[in-house]
Ligand binder design. Sequence first.
Ligand SMILES: [Fe+2]
Length: 396
Amino acid sequence: MDSGLPIAYDFQAPQRIVFGWGRRRQVGALAKTLGCRALLVCGAPALAETGVLAEITAAAGAEGVEIVPLETILHEPLVDDVDRLSARVRRLGVRPGDFVLAVGGGAAIDLGKALAAMAANHQSPTIKDYLENVGRDLKLVENPLPVLAMPTTAGTGAEATRNAEISSYDPPFKKSLRSEKIMPRIALIDPELTVSVPPAVTAASGMDAITQLIESFISRKAQPIPRALCREGLRQAVPAIVEAVERPDSQPAREKMAHAALLSGMALANSGLGMAHGVAGALGVHCRIAHGVACALMLPVALRVNRPACEADLARIAHLVVGKEASTTPGGPVDALIHRIQTICDRIGIPRRLSQLGVTREQIPAIVRSSRGSSMSGNPRELSDAELTEILEGIL
Ligand SMILES: [Fe+2]
């Protein structure tokens, strides 16, 4: 066991994971195991244009499962989105055999998980009261509707997590609905669905997965099974991400990225994250920066900042993803790792400075305050407000 991690833990994952090129065609048979009416939440409109939704509807119909299209969401879900949708479902009437089918990126899947919870729990009409530290802190008493998650991007791993990230711009926050009860019952991952994802989204979501794998590995809450998953995910994703961005139809690259994203979700759900995600959440609500871009920009910075607290663990990752060069690079394996990550970010178009994304000096105090979420609690080093301010000003 590396780093002397204690062998005592809980590990949670979807009850069933179905992974493989073209396996979306099995959605009907899988859906039937959950119920007979699917409340559909989806992401990009491209799903309708490319015929994927028609394909899913036909596959479900062939198994006697009715699809009720509810919402297409194009942004990270807001409190208002969840509340509006759950009010609509209450009007529709929830009945036995209902479940949620979420098809899309992390936004659609998180919205689906939140809807599944709100459809069954009625102590409050607003999701805000169930989020961490912003409302009445209510717990989910009733079991949510089962969720079948089909990711169409390779990044967040939301198909394998037990939280839904819900944002608000006024007041500004991004908080989790967190309960093992919202873990998707089935994760159906067909990497072919990611072929139509534009290069910039492939780049950002892929770097989100890589950030999740590294942050889970070095987290204060790290555990043995997630660590094994992180190793496998990084071994696949780091060599594949540039190819996935530059050759969108590369089947091997798309498979590796989708698999790494799934593993990153299982890892973060059990081990937590760190500083890059803490700051990325704040950049999302204060500056409306896409999650993956924010994570990618922050990752090399987080590696440098955390290095004193986890040099040996970062060296392990370096040997895994950089290979022989890790030992011969002046500065050692951790320098080699940081250099590799920065080179990838530069090549796939991730900016190095916050001002390139419109962040101003005046926004930094609010970003620092909002970075203190649950992600930050996994960071291997404590960071004072003064230190975090200095770090952010240094990359402005
Ligand atoms: Fe993430």
